[in-house]
Design a protein around this ligand. Structure first.
Ligand code: HEC
Length: 164
């Protein structure tokens, strides 16, 4: 009986994968490719609560450092379409992409930082989401930087007839 158990144990151990076997050399990008696995219904992804808390208004306190970060991220991620001053005249638009609305339009001026964060997180219309590229804090930073851009543009641009 003892011998049988010992043999079974030996067979089981022998089947273990040490994980140190020689592998073929593959391009580094290929080793990190994983199939897309949808989240099963009812499952809460680890970190979701923290993510939601970071996205909840009022967001981080508006400091000069936050605005500097916002400007930096805005220039990198948003200005290609929205333009450096937010008038919807970025380089991508000059190559034929449909122009986004100017941030200085009355309707867009009234968007709150929270609403801008939502546009960054979810995308809107032809604009895709930036949720996988920008951390919640970076989204708030950009939103406040856009509010600053809007405030600095001076008097709102009026549409239609100019009355004397
Ligand atoms: C690839 C071009 C492109 C980039 C890059 C881009 N946007 Fe947009 N954005 C658009 C377009 C196009 C619209 C108009 C969407 C529509 O209504 O169909 C838009 C609309 C918006 C609006 C207005 C939403 C409204 O209520 O009308 C906001 C705010 C905005 N973008 C913020 C951002 C921010 C912040 C970034 C950077 C994180 C960004 N966008 C990057 C193309 C872009």
């Amino acid at each position: 009986m003892r011998l049988a158990v010992a043999i079974i144990c030996f067979v089981l151990l022998a089947a273990c994968d040490s994980g140190t076997e020689q592998r073929d050399a593959v391009a580094s990008t290929r080793t990190v490719q994983r199939p897309f696995v949808p989240v099963p219904p009812g499952v809460i992804v680890k970190g979701t609560a923290a993510q939601n808390a970071a996205l909840a208004p009022p967001g981080p306190q508006v400091t000069p450092a936050l605005l500097v970060k916002g400007e930096d991220r805005f220039r990198a991620f948003c200005s290609p379409c929205h333009g450096l001053s937010g008038r919807g005249d970025g380089t991508v638009v000059s190559r034929g992409f449909l122009p986004p609305p100017s941030y200085h339009e009355e309707r867009v001026r009234t968007l709150s930082p929270e609403q801008i964060v939502t546009v960054i997180t979810q995308g809107k219309g032809r604009m895709f989401s930036y949720a996988d590229r920008l951390l919640p804090e970076e989204r708030w930073a950009i939103a406040h930087y856009i509010k600053k851009l809007q405030a600095e543009s001076g008097a709102p641009i009026r549409q239609g007839a100019v009355s004397p």
